[in-house]
Structure formats: C-alpha cells, structure tokens
Ligand binder design. Structure first.
Ligand SMILES: *Cc1c(COP(=O)(O)O)cnc(C)c1O
Length: 464
C-alpha cells in the first residue's frame, strides 16, 4: 500500500472536524457516515490509480467530496430532462409530454380524494371505467370505450376476452416486434389465444384468411398496424373492410391493434395519411386498441374502442382488474381528450402536436438566437438544418425537417461532450452525428431555450 493511502483519515476523525459539523446539521448522522465511508473508498481507488495528487485538501476537501455524494443521493431517481434528440415520442424519455390542462387535472385529482369509483348522485359505488367514455365516444364515434394501463395490456385483454384457448389469425407480415419487448407472437400466446399464421411476409390476401378459418377453431382475426417499419415493393394485404366482412360471415371477432392513437388531422401536423381509430370503426372492427401516450399526446394508457357487448365482456374479465388504470391517468387523459373538442386548441396546447406543427422558420429563428453568444472559449455552436423523427414506433420513414445546433468543444470528443451535457442540471440529452453533438430544436420546448443557453454557457466556462 502506498504512503498516500495510509494517510487517508478515519471516518471518526472526519466527523469530528469543523467542516463536517455543517454536513451533520443538514443530514442525519447515519447518512453522513455512509457517505464518508463511500467517499473514502472512492478516494482510495483514485489514489491507487493517480497517486498522491488525488488526495483531497484538508478536512474541507473531504467535506466537499462527502457533501457532493450526499447531494447526488438526494436527487430523485426519476427526474425531468431536456429532450434535444429530435425524437418527439421518445419511449426512453417518457413519450408524450403532457399539456398544461392534463398536468393540472392530474395534480388536482392526486391532491385528495375523488369520485374515481363513486357515483355522486345515488351516492354509492361506481365504476372507474366510466370516466373517459363519453369523450371517447364523442371524438371517435365509438359505441363504447375502455381505458387500461397501456396498449400492450389492451391487446392482451382483447385477445384473452375474445379468443382464449382458440385460434387467432395474424398475417405473417404483421408478426412484429414494436420495441420494449412487445412481440405479437409472445403477447398473443400469453393472452391464452393460439397464434394461427396466415399468408406470407410481404403478401397476405383475403383468401389466406379464408384458408386459415377453414383450418378450424378460429375465434378472431388480429390486424396489427406496422407502426415502426415499412415494407415496400411486391406487397399486398387484405383491407380492414374486407376482413370485417369475412369476420361477420364466419362469426369471428376482428381486433385492430392500431398502435398510435392519432386523433388530430395528419395534414395539419405535416404527416402523411395515418390510419385513425374512427377509420377502423367505420371499417367494422369489433375492437380497436391504441396508446394514450403516442400521437394522442396524453399519459400512458391503453384505449379500447368498440361495440358495447365486446367492451362489457372485457370490463368483466378479471384481467381487466390487473390492467386497471390509475386515477391520475384517467384525469390526464380526460383533460387531453377534452382539448380535442376544439382541434385548434389541441394543436396549440398538446405538446407532441405543437412540436409537430411548429413551422420550420420558428425553429430556425430559435436556433440562430441560441447560437448567437453561445460560442466562444473553445465551444463551437452552429445553427444548421437537419431531420428528426416522430418516434414511439410511429410514422416509420417520415423525416421531420428541423433546425439544430451543432456543438463541438475543443479537446473533447463528441461522445464526451454529449456525456457532459447529460450530466448537467437538468440533464440535456442530445444526439451525436459525425463529429458533432446535435441539439434538435423541434423537441425542445421554447420555454427551455433559456436553460439550454445557461447550460452551454456553464459548459463554455469549463472548457474555456
Ligand atoms: C406502441 C405499440 C404497442 C404498445 O403500446 P404501449 O402503449 O407501449 O403498450 C402495441 N402495438 C402497436 C402496433 C404499437 O405501435
């Protein structure tokens, strides 16, 4: 052992020193002891690697290290970050940011008690599943609706209710993995239904489904929206309307896993035509399922729309209890849905829609304003056009034109620079492309520009 490591003080000695008295006033003694032990272990390692120079300066130096550790322990594990990746529905970053109305509704209902499962008029037990139904019916024309935890749960619930122990026809072109472990064959088998593959990867005709039915004991057809990839070239698929006719003829259920719950007009968002839930219902599906936190722009939820007896059977399924939705989610979803009653309000107030609809000129102006004054002292910040994506397993192949800041720091690789930005307060999550760190203005709220400016300035002082 080197002499330097032998010179490390003991925990008791540190705790008795003057600078540690302040820490002991701010934190419980047990936590300070734990932090001091951990800090000493870290310092011992550093001294082993770097030698004498790694020893802190006096008791002050040790108290500083221990204080930093205690502060980092106090940070919540789950906390806000700035999304500069250009991916609007970034699953790892929490998908859709919520509108102010949704956030306020969630806070209000979380503050105290609510009529979650209570009917105020007769004054007695009610059902949590009534809460978003009227709005969902009004906005989509659905006869009935059911909200559960997420779309994966919605699909499992639908298949388990309608086809447990029996066959479900799925096109081989739709046996997809959506990401985050959602694989159609696995989900289907866990629902208790039996997968019956029909057609081929690129072509599945109505006749293939007919052959599938002829194979015996089929309860349902599952149609899955290929939401995160595209197949092109020599392709063919049976339309939802044709499948609906076949399903009625053969006495089967037709379930549509739509994925993203776009309710807004895709044209107003600059998106190509996307299938929407009302289209599925008009085509004649028995149930359509989609997420609350993709293009709908609300909290994590799974929404099922369809005929009343089908929804009622799902509500009565014990699995529905296991997938039941939280009061905060219902409050946030209801507030988000309400904003769709006025389509202009939805575009203005729901962040995911607002980001999609932001004109390129606005992004360019913000990029130029941020770049101005941010560069200097070893930091290079250049405004540049770029492309982002919708993300969240939606709109594959759709590039969103955007404006970015391309950042370089003298003496740091782009990966090191990106790491430093992620370690900031708040963390700033950016992409690395070529030799630059790229900040995409489309996914950054204009209200965050000032924070980004401060973060870059702080960083410039460090590298400068
Ligand atoms: C996203 C997606 C899912 C999973 O939805 P979650 O809300 O994340 O559970 C299922 N199916 C499709 C087609 C999807 O796009």
């Amino acid at each position: 052992m080197s002499d330097a490591r032998r010179r490390l003080p003991g925990v008791d000695v540190l705790l008795a020193s003057v600078p540690f008295r302040q820490l002991l006033q701010r934190y419980p003694r047990g936590r300070v002891v734990d932090a001091a032990r951990q800090a000493l272990a870290l310092i011992r390692e550093e001294v082993g690697l770097k030698g004498e120079g790694a020893l802190p300066e006096g008791d002050e130096g040790y108290a500083g290290r221990v204080g930093q550790l205690l502060e980092s322990w106090d940070l919540p594990s789950l906390r806000p970050v700035i999304n500069a990746t250009g991916v609007i529905l970034h699953t790892n970053l929490g998908r859709a940011p919520l509108s102010r109305a949704a956030r306020e509704a969630m806070a209000r209902v979380g503050q105290g008690y609510s009529n979650l499962e209570f009917e105020l008029e007769p004054g007695g037990r009610g059902s949590r599943y009534v809460h978003c139904v009227r709005l969902l019916r009004e906005l989509t024309g659905a006869p009935d609706a059911l909200v559960v935890n997420n779309n994966a749960a919605a699909v499992v619930l639908a298949l388990n209710t309608l086809a447990a122990g029996r066959g479900v026809l799925v096109s081989r072109g739709e046996l997809v993995e959506i990401g985050g472990g959602f694989r159609i064959p696995d989900i289907l088998s866990r629902s208790g239904a039996v997968l019956r593959e029909v057609g081929t990867t690129n072509r599945t005709r109505l006749a293939d489904y007919r052959d599938g039915v002829a194979g015996g004991d089929v309860a349902a057809i599952l149609k899955v929206h290929r939401s995160n990839f595209r197949i092109s070239g020599f392709t063919e698929e049976a339309s939802l309307a044709d499948l609906a006719i076949l399903a009625r003829e053969m006495d089967l259920f037709l379930v549509h896993d739509l994925g993203s719950g776009l309710l807004a007009d895709p044209e107003a968002l600059g998106l190509p035509a996307e299938p929407r839930a009302p289209d599925s219902l008009r085509a004649g599906v028995h149930a359509v399922a989609f997420s609350g936190d993709k293009l709908l722009g609300g909290p994590q939820a799974g929404v099922l729309l369809g005929e009343e007896p089908v929804m009622e059977a799902m509500r009565k399924n014990p699995l529905c209890r296991a997938f039941r939705v939280d009061k905060g989610t219902l409050a946030g979803l209801e507030a988000t849905l309400k904003q769709y009653l006025d389509p202009e309000e939805a575009l203005r107030e729901i962040p995911a829609l607002r980001m999609l609809a932001t004109p390129l000129e606005d992004l360019e102006a913000r990029a130029r304003a941020l770049a101005e004054g941010a560069a200097g002292g070893g930091l290079e910040v250049l405004p540049a056009p770029g492309t982002g994506v919708v993300g969240g397993g939606t709109c594959p192949g759709v590039d969103l034109p955007t404006w970015t800041l391309r950042v370089r720091a003298a003496g740091k690789s782009p990966r090191e620079l990106a790491l430093s930005l992620r370690k900031g307060t708040p963390p700033l999550v950016a992409r690395v492309a070529d030799d630059d760190v790229v900040l995409d203005l489309r996914t950054m709220d204009p209200g965050e520009d000032e924070t980004v400016r401060v973060l870059l300035e702080r960083f410039r002082r460090v590298v400068g």
